[in-house]
Design a binder for this molecule. Structure first.
Ligand code: ZN
Length: 243
């Protein structure tokens, strides 16, 4: 039995999810006459976390809208910067995004990360419990209703992932304030406090130290790899460009 047929046209950013779309991004979809537009869009492969306004015949409709036969739907992408309601902006990353997690922490962005695969239900529950935006390349995970909020990570390259997340959410950047290993907050430390973690040369050369308040790991100024300095500089420059 065939239900109403509708035409759904996706924004260019969303074409990656809809391989069967024609070159103009449009898909013909048959619905069952009772499912919501949100359901139809998800069944075409597009996570609702990536969907902005839905426009039907020139007027905006909610995802709960039930499409009628012959409707033409335009699916826009999320508006940037994306505002997440409620809690201060913080993230949760799945097991595949370890490099991105460390880079966000390097920039002082509150970033929880699961280095083992705890499964989608546990990730979604943590996102909800801690009010964290779930970042993932897993569309199935992003479909979970429990998520506080979620976002698809489009690139597989950490540089592009970082730029994309910063551009989308525009978090406040406070470089060198978080532990890249555990996301703990760093505090100033004396050389004596971290002496047991210092190699001989470090002890002699550096005077400015910090220590993670959660795991105790020591950090010292000047010890950062040039690549990390470059990541911070680029992120700060992009951030200034956004303002
Ligand atoms: Zn730590």
């Amino acid at each position: 039995m065939n239900g109403p047929e509708i035409r759904v046209e996706f924004a260019p950013e969303l074409h990656v999810f809809v391989p069967r779309a024609r070159r103009d991004g449009a898909v013909r979809a048959t619905t069952d006459g009772v499912s919501s537009l949100g359901h139809v869009i998800e069944s075409l492969g597009v996570p609702l976390t990536e969907v902005g306004a839905l426009v039907v015949d020139g007027r905006e409709v909610p995802v709960s809208h039930v499409p009628a036969s012959g409707e033409a739907v335009t699916v826009r992408t999320v508006v940037r910067p994306q505002r997440v309601p409620g809690a201060p902006l913080r993230f949760l990353l799945d097991v595949h995004l370890g490099t991105l997690a460390r880079r966000l922490r390097l920039l002082g962005v509150d970033t929880a990360y699961e280095s083992t695969d705890i499964g989608d239900p546990a990730l979604a529950a943590r996102s909800a419990a801690e009010q964290r935006v779930m970042l993932s390349r897993d569309r199935g995970l992003l479909r979970r209703r429990e998520l506080w909020a979620g976002a698809f990570v489009y690139s597989t390259r950490p540089e592009e992932q970082l730029r994309d997340v910063l551009d989308r959410f525009r978090p406040d950047l406070l470089p060198w304030t978080r532990c890249t290993a555990c996301n703990g907050v760093l505090r100033k430390a004396t050389k004596d406090e971290v002496a047991d973690q210092l190699k001989h040369g470090t002890h002699a050369t550096y005077d400015v130290f910090a220590q993670c308040t959660a795991c105790g790991r020591a950090y010292w100024k000047g010890a950062h790899h040039e690549q990390l300095e470059a990541i911070v500089e680029r992120a700060l420059a992009d951030s200034r460009g956004h303002r």
